[in-house]
Design a protein around this ligand. Structure first.
Ligand code: F6R
Length: 608
């Protein structure tokens, strides 16, 4: 987590660092800071809260300098306050660093340094690194950084500046990303390409255990504590992503409303002539794909929910045994392989640390690794053997909306493709299914037109203390996703359950105060859902039912009813996702929550 930006050049350094931090704020936004060397003197500013707080603080200062670093934080060690915000300084304030990652042996190092007389100002692991670097400054900044790293266990991307060498930024990485941007008379470094692209499209990806020395006129590279190396730059073909709300109050609302077009675009990329599915970047031939005997899906959070959905489809259409694992669990278990296993990583950002670690571990055990990502050029994109894109465009709102729906559609098409390759689906069936999914964007538009109605329902329940979401089969993941959306942006406790599990425990929660969101479109478990809804009602639970439009039975049992157009069972989760996003959104805004940047969260989880 956390975002790093560094700039060496003649332009307005304050503005470059602040704009960079804004672009990185999806990686964390609980505090931020910058450090600059001006006239040979190191100065720094830090502020708790969103980047705009730092911006306000700097507004009337005229900051000059040609070397600077900045950081936006997602707290790991130490609470999010000014003292713990980056940059961190050495004891004599002659060195400043920003850091992304976790120093796992920090308490041992801290104890040793305290014994040697060091006094610390913060609770962070990062400050130890600043102290170590400053203690080695007799060797010069590059060697000081290198020597400091010999003490570190864990993951890090570090950018360091020092008063004694005011013309450079020294950066290095081990386990956390760093990208160098090569400009004309200026150079940059950042955790993300997107913060660099407004300045230059020529980039260099720093690899693990490499170090770079950045000055306005050049960048040199070496292995940490090793020899000098040369690195090739690459030209990025896409433009810097823009972050415009386009008239919407929030990014999340904008992204919810973008969904019809996102799906149209995705289908146009994945479907040829209305009858064939093409996977341009998958790099495995039909024979290889047909020989897959097991798919192990790796993902976290919302992407994990998309993975659960994929299991139903892949087993149904392609008869391929599919397991779905939360990456932070899978990576610490035995990865047993038999036959032709493939690991499939699902990730919006392509940078989620646990998913990336699983992918690397799986590759080291000779699994083939495929991925579905949204962010091109991300680590998971680069490191997978074959990739699919969800083509959702930039998702700024921390709660995933349009990418989730795009993941479902992409995995639906991928499963059909696998079924077709294995000759389990006929060309005609495939064409019919493609024709049906092409109508999904219109159906979503129809649901979006019900926003005011869902808003009224949200108003009614906004003060509830908790919610239960239930669903079955393909809509069990929908229940999990509905609950996650609500809790992450409204801070109301919500749990998703497979409806059949109610009687094994959660039914004890039901009373007249508990809203139960019952996801019950027409599917083959519809009758079972009906019984579960009766069980909820018998215990006076308040039912918000999501049903198919043609259903005449369920309205009788609904305190509140939300309908979705009638579609085949496997497409229902794609439609169900939309009203549940709106419900969560409207409840959260009723409560005055910051839906785009909810507390404690970050868009991209780049630490374990
Ligand atoms: C929730 C949400 C998160 C992410 C999770 C994985 O709305 O967005 O749960 O889904 O952190 O992120 P990616 O998909 O980037 O790997």
């Amino acid at each position: 987590m956390c975002g790093i930006i560094g700039y060496a050049g003649p332009k307005n350094i304050e503005s470059i660092l602040l704009v960079g931090l804004e672009r990185l704020s999806y990686r964390g936004y609980d505090s931020s800071g910058i450090a600059i060397i001006s006239d040979g003197e190191l100065s720094y500013w830090k502020k708790t809260g969103k980047i705009r707080e730092l911006e306000k603080m700097l507004r009337n200062l005229s900051i000059k300098g040609s070397i600077g670093i900045g950081h936006t934080r997602w707290a790991t060690h130490g609470e999010p306050n000014e003292m713990n915000a980056h940059p961190h300084l050495g004891p004599n304030k002659k060195v400043a660093i920003v850091h992304n990652g976790i120093i796992e042996n920090f308490s041992v190092l801290k104890e040793e340094l305290i014994k040697n007389g060091h006094i610390f100002r913060s609770d962070t692991d990062t400050e130890i690194v600043a102290h170590l670097i400053e203690s080695y400054m007799d060797l010069g900044l590059v060697q000081a950084v290198e020597s400091a790293t010999t003490h570190l266990k864990g993951s890090y991307a570090i950018a360091a500046i020092a008063e004694a060498e005011p013309d450079k930024i020294v950066v290095c990485r081990h386990g956390s990303p760093l990208i160098i941007g090569l400009g004309k008379g200026e150079n940059l470094v950042s955790s993300d390409i997107n913060a660099i692209l407004p300045h230059t499209k020529q980039i260099v990806l720093l690899e693990d255990d490499e170090l770079a020395v950045i000055t306005p006129s050049k960048v040199t590279y070496k292995i940490i504590n090793g020899k000098a190396i040369t690195k090739k730059s690459q030209h990025i073909r896409w433009d810097a992503l823009t972050q415009e709300k386009s008239g919407y109050e929030t990014f999340m609302l904008k992204e919810i409303f973008e969904q019809p077009n996102v799906i149209r675009q995705l289908i146009s990329k994945m479907v040829v002539a209305d009858k064939q599915i093409k996977l341009k970047h998958i790099k495995l031939g039909q024979k290889d794909l047909a020989s897959i005997t097991r798919i192990i899906i790796q993902a976290c959070g919302t992407s994990w929910h998309a993975g659960l959905y994929t299991k139903y489809l892949m087993e149904n259409y392609a008869r391929i045994l599919t397991e779905v694992d939360i990456s932070s669990e899978f990576r610490y278990r035995q990865m047993l392989t038999h036959g032709n296993d493939v690991v499939l990583a699902l990730s919006q950002s392509g940078e989620t640390a646990d998913t990336l670690a699983c992918l690397r571990e799986a590759k080291s055990k000779y699994f083939k690794v495929l991925a579905l990502v949204n962010v091109k050029g991300s680590s998971i994109d680069r490191e997978s053997d074959g990739v699919m894109y969800s083509y959702a465009g930039q998702e700024v709102g921390v709660a995933s909306t349009k990418n989730y729906v795009a993941q479902l559609v992409a995995m639906y098409l991928f499963s059909l493709h696998m079924g077709r390759i294995k000759k389990l689906i006929s060309p005609q069936e495939l064409a019919e299914k493609i024709s049906e999914i092409k109508r999904i964007p219109d159906h979503i538009e129809h649901i979006l037109a019900q926003t005011d109605k869902i808003k009224a329902i949200a108003k009614k329940y906004a003060n509830s203390q908790e919610f239960l979401f239930i669903g079955r089969g393909v809509n069990y993941p929908s229940a999990l996703e509905g609950a996650l959306k609500l809790k992450e942006i409204s801070y109301i406790h919500a749990t998703g359950y497979p409806a059949g599990e109610l009687k094994h425990g959660p039914i004890a929660l039901i009373d007249s105060k508990l809203p139960v969101v019952c996801i019950a479109p027409k599917t083959h478990t519809y009758e079972k859902m009906l019984s579960n809804i009766q069980e909820v009602r018998s215990r006076k639970g308040r039912t918000i039912i999501v049903a198919s439009e043609s259903d005449t039975e369920l309205p009788k049992y609904a305190d509140d009813l939300i309908t979705i157009p009638d579609v085949s069972e496997d497409l229902t989760p794609i439609l169900v996702a939309v009203p549940l996003q709106i419900l969560a959104y409207e409840i959260a805004t009723q409560l005055g929550c910051d839906v785009d940047q909810p507390r404690n969260l970050a868009k991209s989880v780049t630490v374990e």
